[in-house]
Design a protein around this ligand. Structure first.
Ligand code: CO8
Length: 257
């Protein structure tokens, strides 16, 4: 399958999705959204694919939602079409997604990166929510996910001033898991993805579900939920294999059952 705004490669069990609108610094338009929904759904449905890396170009992961597409829209257009609500289908992906960010991740670009399970940043990455400079606000989760990622003070400052945060600050603040040299970004992200892809598939799904629950649930309910998923994995063949393999001092071989 080919996409108008994405380039897709498969590296064994890892899907690499590259945003590809270089003329607009990968600004996210309706076509990009449609392509991302289709590409992520195809990944989720393919049992051979176990981890996805989403990246952009050296200059920009994505410089935001497409301002040219939005500029003449009315309230009725935006509200009536529930503009960009389709990103909820992107975040519904059950399998792991890593964002590999180099260059600008601004506005919707920063928000898209934060939709991933974690971000690996190049030392050139710059994150920001500059919507305020356009007389609007974040609209794809930035005011919510940024607060959860880096706390109120920094999130409020970034959303109110539009200032950019460089990769080192983003790592200190907990927005990104790791910073790597720009030239090694995609290789490092693919390597991390391959590590995840080699784990028992049901346990990977369960970990993602558990960590996501931490953002939605009170602590006691989250801990109970975690324990139930832990218990549930004892119904899997891979749990028997994983623990037997440890005792026998050999690597586990997973069936995904
Ligand atoms: N939309 C459309 N086109 C863009 C965008 C964008 N967000 N960003 C860059 N471009 C285009 C430029 O217009 C330019 O095109 P052209 O060559 O035809 O003039 C081309 O990309 C290259 O850009 P620049 O010449 O500006 O490159 P510079 O290196 O000088 O500057 C910057 C790079 C700093 C990234 C600059 O391009 C910039 O400030 N871009 C806009 C950043 C921004 O404001 N992003 C937020 C957009 S609003 C948003 O994301 C809202 C999300 C929520 C939507 C949810 C709806 C429910």
């Amino acid at each position: 399958m080919t996409y108008e705004t994405l380039l897709i490669e498969q590296h064994d069990a890892v899907t690499l999705v590259r945003l590809n609108r270089p003329q607009a610094l990968n600004a996210l338009n309706s076509q990009t959204l449609a392509d991302l929904i289709a590409a992520f759904a195809a990944y989720d449905a393919d049992p051979a694919q176990r981890c996805l890396v989403l990246t952009g170009s050296e200059k920009a992961f994505a410089a935001g939602a497409d301002i040219k597409e939005m500029s003449e829209q009315s309230f009725a257009d935006m509200y009536g079409s529930n503009f960009f609500a389709g990103y909820e289908r992107v975040t519904a992906t059950r399998k792991p997604v890593i964002a590999a960010v180099a260059g600008f991740a601004l506005g919707g670009g920063c928000e898209l990166a934060m939709m991933a399970d974690f971000i690996i940043a190049a030392d050139t990455a710059k994150f920001g929510q500059p919507e305020i400079k356009l007389a609007v606000t974040p609209g794809m989760g930035g005011s919510q996910r940024l607060v959860r990622a880096i706390g109120k003070a920094k999130a409020m400052e970034m959303c109110l001033t539009g200032r950019m945060m460089d990769a080192a600050e983003a790592e200190r603040a907990g927005l990104v898991a790791r910073v790597v040299p720009a030239e090694a970004l995609v290789a490092e992200a693919l390597k991390t993805a391959a590590t995840i892809a080699a784990m028992a598939p049901l346990a990977v799904l369960a970990v993602k579900e558990q960590v996501e629950a931490a953002f939605e649930m009170p602590l006691s309910a989250g801990i109970r939920y975690e324990r139930r998923l832990f218990h549930a994995l004892f119904g899997s063949q891979d749990q028997k294999e994983g623990m037997a393999a440890f005792v026998a001092k050999r690597p586990g071989v997973w069936t995904g059952k």
